[in-house]
Design a protein around this ligand. Structure first.
Ligand code: ZN
Length: 444
């Protein structure tokens, strides 16, 4: 390895170790943190955000990157070294555009907004969360201005999750998807009684759900020696390194689907992270290629694998053994139909494959309006409910099941939601290719 690239890599290791410690604090906040520890966790996270920002915007990167660029100028574009230098340069330029005060403030605001959102959601009281969200939106706008954009401030935020993607491109794709989905959803909504999914809505012992989930994770290839699963209000995956990948799931004692499909979904994310070559760990090459690429893996395992007949041909007897009472006399085909039932509903993470993207369109439109200032935070719940009624034909019974259901806005993740729909599209494209290349896939 050339000298400057070697020194660059050493510096990146320090930076990514700090970042992974920040990830670990975030994971802990969602899974383990006692309620009274929230304020101190905010202090810790802000200190770390300051250290990370100082580290990643240090002037020393400039000359080191320039040296490494000269050394790798003749390497192929896709070679590990040229890629490392190119991606490190991009991250550096982006970080340099954000002032330290803004980064620290964003960390502080998110540290207070997430627990406020949790409380607001638990009590279905949007007013508890509204001031935090207003502050978050203002900061997002400041970040977009600092990062710079050509046409739309939203583009600057989108670029943080999906490099180079613009709102204009998302608009075009979503318009095409929506034109196909709307009549399909309307058609299905007229025949909701065609599939009976009541078997899923009954008491399911949570320990048995947990055990089945872990067994399924192991069987689909998630390595529990290099990862673990815990419970959280909002399922997520946090990878620290390919050797330490944390998943969470959400157990519902009265319904099988939430934990089962969250586990398969996060398992897909986890398998992607565990598949990162160890040599890329502690560098930006070990981080996700894009959020859409990441989501394509979770949606592939959740829907294309986890809702398929071949999957349940293998797993149904095991599920029946774990839940003899619940599944007595339920034949595999009835179960398969139940888990594939389509019905417009309020909750995104529980939405079926057909209506899921409609939930994303709604969030995408609303967050663009919040960032542009066309929509005020206090008008958000009403705007949410009106749009739910218009696109899905349902109105949330309260804000917990409406505008408060997702953690993303509390966590300052604006520009993130579109990647879910893009991930769905990618998952179908990838799976079609896998099917074409592996005619024996179902048997496997
Ligand atoms: Zn996901």
């Amino acid at each position: 390895m050339s000298d400057a690239v070697h020194r660059l890599r050493e510096r990146l290791h320090t930076l990514y170790d700090l970042k992974s410690i920040d990830f670990l604090l975030g994971w802990d906040r969602e899974t383990m943190l006692p309620p009274e520890g929230v304020a101190y966790r905010a202090d810790q996270a802000a200190t770390l955000a300051r250290l990370i920002h100082a580290q990643e915007t240090d002037d020393a990167w400039g000359s080191l990157l320039a040296e490494a660029e000269r050394e790798t100028a003749r390497r192929p574009y896709d070679s590990d070294e040229a890629s490392l230098v190119r991606v490190a340069r991009r991250r550096y330029e982006r970080a340099r555009r954000l002032p330290e005060a803004l980064v620290v403030e964003a960390s502080r605001v998110a540290s207070a907004a997430v627990p406020a959102w949790q409380k607001a959601r638990a009590t279905a009281d949007f007013a508890l969360f509204a001031p935090h969200l207003a502050r978050t939106v203002a900061l997002q706008r400041e970040q977009a201005d600092a990062l710079g954009y050509a046409a739309d401030p939203y583009d600057a935020l989108l670029d943080g999750f999906e490099e180079g993607l613009t709102a204009a491109e998302v608009d075009e794709l979503f318009a095409r998807l929506g034109a196909g989905l709307a009549p399909l959803v309307a058609q299905i909504a007229r025949r909701l009684d065609a599939v009976d999914a009541s078997v899923l809505a009954q008491p399911w012992p949570v320990q048995a759900q947990w055990d089945f989930g872990l067994a399924a994770l192991g069987a689909i290839g998630f390595d529990l020696g290099r990862g673990r699963q815990d419970a959280s209000a909002h399922p997520f995956t946090q990878a620290l390194d390919p050797t330490d990948v944390r998943l969470t799931t959400r157990l519902d004692p009265d319904h099988l689907s939430p934990a089962l499909f969250a586990t398969l979904h996060e398992g897909g994310h986890g398998i992607y992270e565990q598949g990162v070559p160890k040599a890329f760990g502690r560098t930006p090459l070990g981080q996700l290629a894009s959020l859409s690429a990441h989501e394509s893996q979770s949606r592939l395992y959740e829907n294309l694998v986890g809702r398929s007949r071949p999957f349940w041909r293998h797993f149904y007897p095991k599920l029946q053994a774990g839940f003899p009472e619940q599944l007595r006399g339920v034949d595999p085909e009835a179960f398969y139909r139940a888990i594939n039932r389509v019905e417009p509903s309020c909750i995104r993470v529980e939405a079926d494959e057909v209506t899921y993207n409609l939930h994303i369109f709604l969030r995408y439109e609303l967050e663009r309006e919040l960032i542009s200032g066309r929509l005020a935070v206090e008008s958000l719940p009403a705007a949410w409910n009106a749009r739910m009624q218009r696109t899905l034909g349902v109105t949330p019974p309260d804000d917990a099941q409406g505008v408060l259901q997702d953690i993303h806005w509390a966590d300052g993740l604006f520009g993130y939601f579109p990647t879910y729909a893009l991930g769905n599209v990618l998952s179908c494209q990838l799976f079609a290719r896998v099917r074409a290349e592996h005619p024996d896939l179902d048997a496997q």
